[in-house]
Design a protein around this ligand. Structure first.
Ligand SMILES: [Zn+2]
Length: 111
């Protein structure tokens, strides 16, 4: 059986490999943290960078890629701080990012 997230072999009774399971646990435990904090936590989980990159692009529950969910959480926190009640969904973040208007904090800077 292969990991749903990174497609590397996982134990046969598991849908996710140990690294990705740790990444999911970190993500769920720190929902609402900003992207920089999340990246530090993901790296601290000892998962290889390649898996972290796949994890950020993974859509765990059908509501959008992990990195878009983190960005949506950050945006919602900001809107909340300014007294706005509108919710930004991961799908909207994806749309904004595709237009090039979104920060790419989760990407490595160009070499
Ligand atoms: Zn995996």
């Amino acid at each position: 059986m292969r990991c749903q997230i990174c497609t590397q072999p996982a134990r046969w009774w598991r849908r996710r490999c140990d690294d990705c399971r740790r990444l999911v646990a970190v993500f769920l435990a720190h929902r609402g943290a900003d992207m920089a904090t999340m990246m530090e936590l993901f790296i601290a989980s000892q998962a290889p960078q390649q898996k972290i990159e796949k994890f950020l692009l993974a859509d765990l529950d059908g509501s959008g890629a992990v990195r878009d969910q983190i960005a949506a959480d950050m945006t919602n926190d900001l809107l909340c701080a300014f007294g706005q009640t509108g919710r930004q969904t991961p799908r909207e973040v994806e749309r904004i990012r595709q237009r090039g208007g979104w920060m790419t904090l989760d990407r490595r800077p160009p070499e």
